[in-house]
Design a protein. Structure first.
Length: 182
């Protein structure tokens, strides 16, 4: 199979199911942003501090592929059986958040992203996750999107925020509190 087909040279692409749409279509933006998020999650998983979380991070990447395939399908035409999200996927993120929060000091102020390169990678992933969530919500306003997709992305961004706090602790670097100027 060739990697290039030349069928997209005119600015159109095919959804799963064969429907042709503009590469600027909100559906393409939504699954493209999820793909970008998946790449950032891969980089986050490659950080040494996350070695013990590699299985969970690969599972998250799998769920993001699931979301991407769902978003790439024309809901009216695709007859393919695609993988789907489950409530337990969201519950897993919630359990992980709860476990990490139990080990962290209470949050007393907003914190600035950064403090260590691995933490910065996590915050970039969190921001891309929020953008993916916004794109999915916009798409939901014009077409069917499984409700668990937006829920999963919302919970994933929460997970990434708490993971960044956990990485601060594990790396022995202080969080940077936001101190607004007076």
């Amino acid at each position: 199979m060739k990697i290039y087909t030349k069928t997209g040279d005119s600015g159109q692409t095919s959804l799963i199911g064969g429907t042709r749409v503009s590469k600027a279509h909100i559906r393409i933006d939504a699954y493209g942003t999820v793909d970008e998020l998946n790449s950032h999650i891969g980089l986050l998983g490659d950080q040494e501090v996350n070695a013990k979380r590699s299985t969970l991070i690969r599972e998250i990447q799998d769920r993001l592929f699931t979301i991407g395939s769902s978003l790439a399908a024309d809901p009216d035409k695709s007859a393919l059986k695609l993988p789907d999200l489950r409530e337990e996927d969201i519950q897993l993120l919630e359990e992980q958040i709860d476990e990490m929060q139990a080990q962290l000091p209470p949050l007393r102020s907003f914190i600035l992203p950064g403090g260590h390169p691995a933490v910065s990678v996590g915050h970039i992933a969190r921001c891309v996750c929020r953008r993916a969530e916004r794109a999915v919500i916009l798409l939901q306003q014009e077409a069917f999107v499984a409700p668990l997709v937006a829920q999963y992305l919302n919970r994933l961004s929460d997970y990434l925020f708490v993971l960044c706090r956990q990485m601060h602790q594990e790396l022995g670097v202080d969080e940077i509190p936001w101190k607004p100027r007076k």
